[in-house]
Ligand binder design. Structure first.
Ligand SMILES: Nc1nc2c(ncn2[C@@H]2O[C@H](COP(=O)(O)O[C@H]3[C@@H](O)[C@H](n4cnc5c(=O)[nH]c(N)nc54)O[C@@H]3COP(=O)(O)O)[C@@H](O)[C@H]2O)c(=O)[nH]1
Length: 527
């Protein structure tokens, strides 16, 4: 389970980065699209205004042209000429001759006067910026129109009646046409024209775009349904989101990789890949004869530069980062390969290695161990699994089942650090191990504290009851050795015989025994 953590953390980092970038991409794409939509709608509003200004200027030019005639009056011939003039200019619906106060004198199309619902007094008309024109709304039955007045002399003026709706008609893109309203008004708010395809269509969260002319008292407005506008021209959204999420995933991967290649865990990984974790060998010996019966392998990190890192500097990190399993297999395989000749020559020699409870209980532990040992062509009964008692064995029943399975295959199991760990004495029995290893703490104090002797004697008696053997750790002095023997302990390890040694040194130490064992084997074969 622990080994999966870095992968899970890496995946979580990539996911988080993808989500953050995706979110940023979502916001950026939305903001970009909103900005584009607003810009396009602003431009359309501007187009409506320009068309309207153009209509005004067109009407003003026509009036100027008419005003240049020798006589502008209500004579039939003059009105006929005006009608012809108007006929050629479709935006102009009528031309009227008016008094300086704005009241109508006559009209080229006199019948249009019947449509008028009211006529505006000159004082209510709105002047253009240059003061040459006056604009006003002409209310008619058929709809509103724009009146453009130009003085031709001190006693008369001409007015063009301009139909403005054509300027508004086709302005909106088809996707928005049914959900928008385009309006042209005078600067006093009077509406001159509007275009709305479907007046019954409700508009939600309308977005409004406004423009005012700086030459004429004209104002245009476009109002669009907010929801329809959001969807309009938003094709860029998904590609932008995909690009952002992709960048996020890439960033996460790079970040994850950079995190993986830096820091102590990455260092552990490099060490594992380079096979820098090596077994050191400490002899386990008979306390009475000092004969070496086996060894415990203890991990050392032998770095590229030859420096040797002690286990307390990397075991806790290897445990917490989930690398302890890989490290354990690495040093076990290395030890099996180193010791294979000795283990083959001396079938009583035992190799012990440390396993943390979580590794013991992890899926496939027994099978992997069995395969590793079989591959090395070593007998399972020569292998001792030392389960440390420092960490609590959360699930004693499961641990006992694993121990039972191991023993079925012939492996030996030892409980390490007994006396300082979590298990009570009854739990020691429940686990079903072959051996208990008395912690160095008791060996240190056995010569100075009488109660320690009592505890050690008690442990020895208990082990006997449970048909277990006892190994004492950390024997440094002859005095300690004698005290342990007196308490009934038969086997031990400690600096008194040897500290944990690199393989070359351990081989030297083992050479006489190895030779003797080989000789004994040869003799047996001859016999
Ligand atoms: N899960 C694993 N734990 C491991 C592995 N290798 C080591 N360890 C654990 O690290 C702890 C420290 O180990 P180390 O520094 O190697 O210390 C061991 C012996 O060197 C030390 N020792 C033995 N005899 C003496 C002695 O006479 N005097 C003295 N001062 N120290 C001595 O005791 C440690 C014995 O370890 P153990 O038998 O395992 O309790 C230690 O807790 C190791 O367990 C590993 O591969 N996996």
């Amino acid at each position: 389970m622990r080994q999966q953590r870095p992968t899970i953390a890496f995946a979580a980092l990539v996911l988080a980065s993808t989500v953050v970038f995706g979110l940023a991409g979502h916001l950026a794409a939305k903001s970009f699209i909103r900005h584009q939509q607003a810009r396009q709608l602003d431009e359309l509003t501007e187009v409506v205004l320009r068309r309207s200004e153009f209509a005004v200027e067109f009407a003003a030019a026509s009036l100027t042209e008419l005003g240049k005639r020798d006589a502008v009056n209500c004579e039939p011939a003059t009105l006929q000429a005006i009608r012809l003039h108007v006929y050629q200019r479709s935006a102009i619906k009528d031309v009227r001759l008016v008094n300086p106060d704005g009241s109508v004198i006559c009209s080229a199309y006199s019948e249009t006067l019947e449509f008028d619902e009211g006529w505006v007094d000159r004082r209510e008309m709105l002047a253009s910026r240059d003061g040459k024109l006056s604009l006003f709304r002409v209310q008619q039955f058929g709809g509103d129109a724009l009146g453009v007045l130009r003085d031709i002399n001190s006693s008369a003026a001409l007015v063009a009646i301009v139909g403005i709706n054509a300027s508004l008609f086709d302005i909106m893109p088809s996707e928005l046409r049914g959900h928008s309203e385009v309006t042209l008004s005078l600067s006093n708010g009077e509406k001159l024209g509007e275009f709305q395809l479907d007046a019954d269509q409700p508009r939600r969260n309308s977005k409004r775009f406004d423009r005012s002319s700086d030459r004429y008292p004209l104002h245009t407005t476009i109002e669009v349904d907010g929801a329809v506008l959001s969807a309009w021209n938003s094709e860029a959204y998904w590609p932008a989101l995909a690009v952002a999420a992709g960048l996020g995933a890439l960033f996460g991967i790079l970040l994850g990789r950079s995190r993986r290649t830096e820091g102590p865990v990455a260092d552990l990984d490099r060490g594992l890949t380079a096979g820098e974790f090596k077994p050191y060998y400490q002899p386990v010996f008979d306390l009475r004869t000092r004969e070496i019966k086996g060894c415990e392998i203890l991990a050392r990190w032998v770095r590229e530069d030859g420096s040797v890192v002690p286990p307390m500097n990397f075991i806790p990190l290897a445990e917490s980062s989930g690398r302890i399993q890989a490290m354990t297999w690495q040093i076990l395989k290395s030890a099996l390969s180193d010791l294979r000749p000795l283990l083959k020559a001396d079938k009583d020699f035992k190799l012990s290695f440390n396993v943390v409870p979580k590794h013991l209980l992890s899926a496939g532990f027994v099978e992997t161990l069995r395969r590793t040992v079989l591959t090395a062509k070593v007998a399972t009964r020569q292998i001792v699994i030392e389960v440390t008692e420092r960490d609590e064995l959360d699930d004693l029943a499961r641990a006992a089942a694993v121990v039972a399975e191991l023993r079925e295959y012939g492996f030996h199991v030892a409980i390490d650090d007994v006396g300082v760990g979590h298990s009570g004495l009854s739990r020691l029995k429940g686990l079903g191990a072959n051996t208990i290893k008395i912690d160095k703490f008791f060996v240190d104090t056995i010569t100075v504290d009488a109660s320690t002797t009592t505890i050690v004697e008690m442990l020895v008696a208990l082990a006997k009851d449970f048909r277990m053997t006892v190994v004492a750790e950390g024997i440094e002095t002859e005095e300690q050795l004698r005290a342990l023997v007196a308490s009934g302990v038969e086997t031990g390890q400690g600096y008194l015989v040897a500290a944990p040694l690199p393989f070359a040194k351990f081989s030297e130490l083992m050479a006489p025994r190895h030779a003797a064992a080989a000789q004994a084997n040869d003799a047996a074969l001859v016999a």
